[in-house]
Design a binder for this molecule. Structure first.
Ligand code: PEP
Length: 255
């Protein structure tokens, strides 16, 4: 089944709303419309920039989409500081990242919390980008495949095949995030193909063939081609390089 590659730029806690507008304009105007026929490109700003990005993208009918870096597991109520799926959907978000390793590590989010957020995103019509990935100790112990499969199972536990068909998975080895140490293309393929195998068990062969699996971790314009050239890698979740308009446009065009 043909899967359209997805390039997602995770801005993390960077850029104010004016810088956000400038970056989106530069990216959108440097990618000719025809690129969007073959690649989906999305930006994932901080919550505070989403409204500005929405106004620009919808107002100028840009072909980029946008999403959020997190979503609450709750619908509404006394959850100070949280942002619900309904709020994000109302702002026109297409995607919600869940389970980014920085959330798992710095905010103690476990697979159960990631599952709850995945469900909340789906409930409100957002596409969850469910992040999994091993730390360096797991990689060095050679346990990375089973570790990622276990995280995948935990993060999607009990979801229907139909729900699973709507998610994007991002394999992001923690040791490669923001370190400049990118996984080799074959390392990325090894884990992404194990993820797709497991999706057959969790859902079905048809669903597994359609789910987009991204690689994330120090992706840039130089290494993206080889990584997304792997049979089970359907795009990239990009951190640092997504803040540089030229680099992000170039790597989106290569994908
Ligand atoms: C990320 O934050 O998801 C990420 C992959 O970051 P970087 O590209 O900077 O490694």
């Amino acid at each position: 089944m043909a899967r359209k590659p997805l390039i997602a730029g995770n801005w993390k806690m960077n850029l104010n709303h004016l810088e956000a507008i400038s970056l989106v304009q530069k990216i959108a105007f440097s990618l000719p419309a025809k690129y969007f026929d073959k690649v989906d490109v999305t930006v994932i700003p901080p919550f505070t920039d989403i409204r500005s990005v929405q106004t620009l993208i919808e107002g100028d009918k840009l072909l980029l989409t946008f999403g959020a870096q997190d979503v609450s597991a709750h619908d509404s109520g006394a959850y100070t500081g949280e942002i619900s799926g309904a709020m994000l959907a109302k702002l026109g978000c297409t995607f919600a990242v869940v389970g980014h390793s920085e959330r798992r590590t710095l905010h103690s989010e476990d697979d159960a919390a990631v599952l709850a957020k995945t469900k909340a995103a789906l409930k409100h019509g957002l596409t969850p980008i469910v992040c999994i990935g091993e730390g360096l100790n797991i990689r060095e112990a050679g346990e990375h495949v089973s570790y990622n499969v276990a995280q995948l199972r935990g993060s999607l536990a009990g979801l229907s095949a139909d729900d699973i068909s709507k998610v994007v998975i991002a394999y992001e080895p923690v040791w490669a995030i923001g370190t400049g140490r990118v996984a080799s293309a074959s390392d990325a393929q090894e884990v992404c193909s194990a993820i797709r195998e497991e999706l057959k068990t969790l859902a079905s062969a048809d669903v597994a063939a359609g789910v987009r699996i991204l690689y994330g971790g120090s992706v840039n314009a130089k290494n993206v081609g080889e990584i997304v050239g792997q049979p089970d890698v359907d795009g990239a979740l990009v951190g640092g390089a997504s803040l540089k308009a030229d680099e992000f446009s170039t790597l989106s065009a290569i994908a």
